[in-house]
Structure formats: C-alpha cells, structure tokens
Design a protein around this ligand. Structure first.
Ligand SMILES: [Zn+2]
Length: 120
C-alpha cells in the first residue's frame, strides 16, 4: 500500500479525516470525484480538489478532466487533467454539434486510484 504524508500541503486535515481518507482509498481502482470527497470529509470543494491534485502530483492517482456538453447529463469525454481545456472547436460525440466557445461546455474532475493509499 502506498503512503501519503499530509503535512504542509494538506495540513487542514485532522487525524479523523485522514483515517476516513485512508478508508475511502482502501481499495484499488476507485473513482473519486471532488464534490463527493468534499461531502464525505466535510471539507470545502477547493480542499477536496487540493487533496486529489496533491495525490496526482505524487503519482498516486490519475486525474481526468470530464467534459460535459449541454445536450446531456453524462460526460462526453475525458482528458488527462493538467494539460488544460480541450482545444476549440470541439465536436460533441453525442449530438455532433461543433462548439467554438466554452460557455456550452462544463467540466468536472475524477481521480482514478490504481492502488490503495494510506494517509499519514
Ligand atoms: Zn452534445
């Protein structure tokens, strides 16, 4: 099991929250979204983002940027997080519309966790 040291970057986490995180990241191949993690831990969304981005930087998870179009509730595609937004124009694979500004799109993140992580 990989270990992640929370001090400095994630110093807002208390011991109880670290325990909860370790439980949440106990199984392999988890998919975790920031808003879900924020509710689970009782932290701000920006703090949940910070946890997942810190894990991604440490190579302990793989962050993906989910791309949504207004035509559907489900995400249409995903790209690696950290390379920016998808280049425009973007063609929606669902409705076929060619989109030339980001107003008709929305984005979310998901962390794919390949192996269990213990937060210490
Ligand atoms: Zn569409």
């Amino acid at each position: 099991m990989a270990q992640f040291t929370c001090e400095r970057k994630l110093d807002f986490l208390n011991p109880n929250q670290k325990q909860k995180l370790s439980r949440r990241f106990r199984s392999s191949h988890e998919k975790i979204m920031p808003h879900e993690l924020a509710v689970f831990l009782g932290v701000k969304l920006s703090q949940a983002d910070a946890i997942l981005i810190a894990l991604d930087s440490a190579g302990l998870c793989n962050m993906r940027l989910l791309i949504f179009h207004t035509c559907a509730e489900a995400h249409m595609s995903s790209i690696n997080f950290g390379i920016g937004f998808p280049p425009l124009p973007w063609k929606c694979p669902e409705c076929g519309q060619t989109i030339d500004n980001y107003d008709d799109m929305s984005f979310d993140m998901v962390a794919l966790v390949p192996e269990p992580v213990e937060f210490i």
